[in-house]
Ligand binder design. Structure first.
Ligand SMILES: NC(=O)c1ccc[n+]([C@@H]2O[C@H](COP(=O)([O-])OP(=O)(O)OC[C@H]3O[C@@H](n4cnc5c(N)ncnc54)[C@H](OP(=O)(O)O)[C@@H]3O)[C@@H](O)[C@H]2O)c1
Length: 302
């Protein structure tokens, strides 16, 4: 297989880092896009191979713009974009706002991947087999009534909990994946989501977690798989030629297609979430494809 160029966000730790090592180990070029350049460089030094450390703070619009400008300068083609990074610090007791005025989890986990994909679509579309991969959570199964609160996605007037914010953002990413796959139908670019099951996390990364939560995590991690085990799905979703025509699906840790939550598949709900998304970002979708003939004028959401 010819070497591909793969961007992995949050590639300095956990599953993202293990996936970067695995994919770079297969001879591909991997861009480790991390909010700390220092951490990215340390991961790069450990992983070796054809890896590049780059700075990308998904909680900052300025950083996303700087990163995508760098990509446009350095790379002619991006084959795979893996939206692995996520803010899921469950020790938060109050919502935090980004410098741009967005609730941090909503922006980092949902709006930022949409913005990043849009700004890189001109590079992904040049790949003979471009792939956009979002990362979901099996934990959504335990939240069957989870919705995206269209009127207040950023918890301005309702009680904030990090879990509610996290699962709302992951649900919105599910909907985005389905929507994006539809927009891209008739092109060589696919969009799929990976459903991560319980994977061991490094508790040292969350020093502010209350002790009872640390104990709970420690207990849960007895049943958890390792980041390395999860990377098989990342690597195959990114690279497996047999998946070239698969789009708009949710793949579990064994690469089995599993159903999206019912709410996430509802066309009206998807439309509302995507209107909200682009309205909040203040941009028009970069590309909307009506057919195989190529990019149409953005239909636009007003
Ligand atoms: N572990 C699980 O059991 C589990 C279950 C379901 C889903 N998932 C999903 O799997 C993915 C990977 O999780 P993991 O377990 O590997 O966790 P992790 O080790 O904590 O990795 C999360 C990564 O996201 C990065 N990140 C956080 N905020 C960011 C920002 N503003 N900009 C750029 N990067 C940012 C972190 O960077 P820093 O090092 O700078 O913090 C870190 O590299 C996430 O999408 C998560 O939601 C995990």
């Amino acid at each position: 297989m010819p070497a591909k160029t793969i961007i992995i966000t949050g590639a300095n730790s956990g599953i993202g880092r293990a996936a970067a090592a695995r994919i770079a180990g297969e001879g591909h070029r991997v861009i480790l896009a991390c909010r700390s350049l220092e951490k990215a460089a340390a991961a790069r030094a450990d992983i070796g191979g054809n890896t590049i450390a780059a700075e990308l703070d998904l909680a900052s619009r300025r950083s996303i713009h700087a990163f995508t400008d760098w990509v446009h300068q350095e790379l002619d083609q991006v084959d795979v974009l893996i939206h692995n990074a996520a803010d899921f610090d469950l020790s938060k007791t109050e919502r935090e706002m980004t410098a741009d005025g967005f609730e941090r989890i909503w922006f980092t986990n949902h709006l930022a991947p949409v913005l990043l994909t849009d700004r890189l679509m001109d590079r992904i579309i040049t790949s003979p087999q471009g792939r956009v991969i979002t990362v979901s959570s099996k934990g959504l199964l335990a939240h069957p009534f989870q919705t995206v609160n269209i009127d207040d996605p950023m918890f301005a007037t309702r009680r904030f909990t990090p879990a509610a914010a996290y699962y709302q953002s992951k649900l919105a990413q599910n909907m985005y994946t389905i929507w994006l796959a539809q927009q891209l139908s008739g092109t060589m670019v696919t969009a799929n989501a990976i459903r991560v099951s319980k994977v061991k996390i490094d508790l040292a990364r969350f020093p502010d977690l209350p002790q009872w939560m640390k104990n709970l995590y420690a207990l849960k991690s007895l049943l958890a798989i390792t980041p390395e085990q999860m990377t098989e799905t990342y690597a195959r979703t990114a690279l497996d030629p047999s998946l070239r025509n698969r789009s708009g699906t949710l793949l579990d840790h064994q690469l089995k297609a599993v159903p999206f939550p019912a709410y996430a598949k509802d066309p009206l709900c998807i439309e509302r979430v995507m209107i909200l998304t682009y309205r909040q970002l203040g941009i028009q979708p970069a590309v909307t494809f009506s057919d195989a003939s190529g990019p149409a004028e953005p239909t636009g959401f007003r």
